[in-house]
Write a protein of this length. Structure first.
Length: 117
């Protein structure tokens, strides 16, 4: 699988992706600001709309707007949490629905995305 993924990263358009963590500031016990801090960054491949449908199961297809693939040595499942979002250059900002280490083989990280609102 690594050979296939490397080939895809060489031949397809890649996008820079930045994982952002939500940070909330409290002043005198009152929420004063919510900001997003960029953590890890990595290149990814991304498919949107119908192009991503074949990569998503029927049960959650309606929830998914895009699917991104990352090399597992760039990011891991633990880099994503419930308060994370991901900004992909030229594509937009997305909420992370689920990150999957495909077949648990550390060969490819597939991330299901929903447009961030």
């Amino acid at each position: 699988m690594v050979g296939i993924l490397d080939s895809l990263f060489r031949t397809e358009t890649t996008y820079s992706a930045a994982i952002q963590e939500k940070t909330t500031t409290f002043v005198d016990g009152v929420i004063s600001a919510t900001t997003w801090e960029t953590g890890k960054t990595a290149d990814c491949l991304i498919w949107r709309g119908g192009a991503s449908d074949r990569m998503v199961g029927d049960r959650i297809r309606a929830e998914i707007d895009a699917v991104a693939l990352f090399k597992p040595f760039d990011l891991s499942e633990s880099d994503f949490n419930d308060d994370s979002r991901i900004e992909i250059s030229g594509m937009g900002i997305f909420s992370i629905v689920k990150a999957i280490n495909i077949a648990g083989q550390d060969s490819v990280l597939q991330v299901y995305l929903k447009e961030f609102k």
